[in-house]
Design a protein around this ligand. Sequence first.
Ligand code: NBY
Length: 805
Amino acid sequence: MRVNKDQFIEDFVNKLVSKRGKKIKEANLLDKYYALASLTRDYIAEYWVNTNERYLKDNKKQIYYFSMEFLIGKLLISNLMSLGIKEVCEDGLKDLGLDLNEIAEIEKEPGLGNGGLGRLAACFSDSMATLGIPGYGVGIRYKYGLFQQKIMEGYQEEFPDQWLKYENAWEIKRPSESVEVKFGGNVIITQKDNRLKFVHENYESILAVPYDIPIVGYKNNIVNTLRLLSAEVMDKEFDYYHFNKGEYTKAFEDKYNTEAISYVLYPDDSYEKGKILRLKQEYFLVSSGVQSIVESFKKSGKHLKEFYKYVSIHINDTHPALAIPELIRILIDEEGFGWDEAWKITKHTISYTNHTIMAEALEKWNVDMIKKFLPRIFMIIEEINERFCKELWNTKYNGDFDKISEMAIIADNQIKMAHLAIVGSHSINGVAKLHTEILKRKELKEFYNIYPEKFNNKTNGISHRRWLLKCNPKLASVISEYIGPSWIDSPESLMNLLEFKKDPCFKEKIYKIKQYNKNKFANMVKEKYSIEINPNSIFDIQAKRIHEYKRQVLNVFHIMHLYNKLLENPNLDIYPRTFIFAGKAAPGYYIAKETIKLINSLGKKINNDYRIKDKLKVLFIEDYNITLAELLMPAADVSEQISTTTKEASGTGNMKFMMNGAITIATLDGANIEIANEVGEDNIIIFGLKAKEVLEIYKNNTHNSIDIYNEDIRLKTVMDELINGFLPVSMDEFKGIYDSLLKDNDKYLVLKDFCDYVRAQEKIDKLYRNKSKWLEMSVTNIAYSGKFSSDKTIEEYAKEIWGAL
Ligand code: NBY
């Protein structure tokens, strides 16, 4: 868009008066933020309205991306950049004596996601808007996002995330587009004109009220919509019957129970507990979403028979898989379709992404629970299951009861959501090549045998606009200086940087920028934690959810080993290193929380030990979120991607670090494999067991952790230090971690990979000393990172799954 500085200043000053009732000199930072955000939204509005109008007119397919999580990060700066007016605003504000970054910092980040899955939904939304794909995000407007993490005495403590404490400057509430979602009750079946009719009675109604957030395409005048739904009570604010009897708290109970549906995001990213509130959240999302889509499709005047030609619904993991029976319900019960046609339309409309193979994360719902809360939906799932089992019987598995019950959607009083999602959709994809192969050959092998055409891979990607252009402006500008700005529109042209990987002048610039970003990070650490870190040390970062399979403990063991070596010989020549951890643990995940305590206990011991002369520091930065990630990625020298091979579906942090020039130390897991294939083995440090070896170990149970413990004295020493008083905690503090590795035979193969990890880390130490070589590796990583832009991924989804490009 176009706005000149004087116009901007005038608009801003007026906005401050109209929105906050203040003149500049009385306004505080919050006033300034709200005035600027509100003005930015005004600027966006025109393009938003025009985009919606165009989408209505065009006959193009509309894509609805259903996700229980959208981790979009702060929006002010990125929206200004997408509008192309960041510099003008910055200048204008400067004239008023104000600093854009200071104002932008005060924005509250919407933490409506746990990690990779939620952030992926946000990167995909960004890419759809930028590529001009008519894409809508559909999610829940949780009043409380992912908890805020504070570290107290070394332990994680959780606090509510009050992101809506003030207003959300970006959203527009659309009460007139609310829809009713029905829970409970019973279904009456009648017969009319030879057809069964299903009437849902005695249900409880909840209103889904939409709040729309603009998703601004990058400098293309396109603004897509992220629609978040909030639960409200229908009709009555509270119950006058109880109120008049003086039972005041009871009068509000209904309201409270209803609104609880969109109250809080579940903080588990890898463990499925089958909780009733979660089931209600999932159905609330899909029912309101699918109802609105069908309604707006009908307004277009086209026949519902053609629904799937104009609409794609994509489900982000199985969490929104009830969209399948919900669409069938609407088509049959409300629109009068027969089963066969409703089934065909639904299957062609829906596609599904799988994000995990870990059994404990696969959703299963108790039959009685679904029957009680979603009686009609249950009937439909039963029908899908019966027809599917019959198909198996009549085609491939005649008489094979075991096979059929293994593949059934309903078995052992449980509904398997992954099975429902595969059977009821036309596409299932994994999120990295290895992950998709494991789905096809192992976890979902039986389904691949009967539906090979449904399976495909879509390796994850990240938005290079947020993860380079926005978070690392200095790097972005040097890149443009050397290869021109075309990489912003076509990130694969970052490859042109390879030409300069041996250019000393270019490399020195890259070095200085990394140094600048490290200094910035070190200053934050000093201010917030009063810890001095050496900005010339190697910044070695592991930032991700805390989980046994992600193996933060392997990283810790290596640090303990280095520390032991230094205690033995304080003059040992190791390159100074600062080990930085960040990430949240699910509140009920004991071992993960103990891992945080372990990292902090080790930090306490090492950071205060003058004997090792500041050669090692260990930091745990609290409350990892998108905002902190934007500070961390640009400051990293080393990126830790050390999951047990086969367990990390893809990873996307790996791509963000690489894009900012960090060197990856990694197992050949998830998308690490594809990163390694791009940059080549000289530009990434690979260690550890290969997928085949891990699968063999699991299959044949050939692994014995006690043997490894007894054979490797370095490992035995650090393990013993967990429980012998070496760390400043009680002796049994880390018994849980210790036992999981020895008594429970180290399910994630930490001990098995330790030796090779130490070797790989020694290689890093050596390589970093060769500044020229290190910078060459760094440039190579940046150059190949364009391959992992979510623009490319989304193009593949659009072409190969949605049929939309
Ligand atoms: O999705 C992650 C994968 O672990 C990672 O490898 C991949 O790169 C990323 C994007 O594809 N999975 C993930 O983040 N999962 C969750 O956040 C999650 C959240 C909720 C639940 C399960 C998983 N749940 O069952 O409630």
